[in-house]
Design a protein. Sequence first.
Length: 210
Amino acid sequence: MKLILLGAPGAGKGTQAEILCKELGIPTISTGNILRAAVKNGTPTGLKAKAFMDAGELVPDEVIIGIIHERLAEPDCAQGYILDGVPRTIAQAEAMEKAGIVFDAVVSIEISDETIMNRMSGRRVCEKCGASYHVAAVPPKQEGICDNCGGNLVQRKDDAPETVRSRLEVYHKETEPLKEFYAKRGLLKTVENRSTVAETTQGILQALGR
């Protein structure tokens, strides 16, 4: 099962990807994580990305797609994968098609901007391992402390209300058109956000025929 998870920032893609990864027995490929890993490991594409990052520039699509291609060629992706955080634009989606990266389904988590605003203000992330929590929906066992590694939980700058608003604008303008792009290819499955994480997971699995 080769999947893309789509949805606005704060729609719960990361949380759902973690759960689906266990349910379906396939790895989650987070663009941010593999980009950092490629840079750290000094892979040829990672070195290219580092040059742009060091210059304070955005990493171009072809380099991002190259890094994804490298990662998807690893043995743990042989049975499938879940892509989280890419493609973000039609141009990236077209570049992935050209690179021969194919999918079985594209799941779009549908959620209102208002719900996202409320949700993001409660989001906390571990400084050490990057695990994600929410003060109301997915609280840690001990307030302010990560269950996984004991690191401090902090609010990211991009979870501040004014940042969330501008990220939503970018999503509606650049990423939302992907729904139509994949609908034309018969791959799109829309799942309404439910009141709990477990119910949303159930909706996704049903949409995938599981």
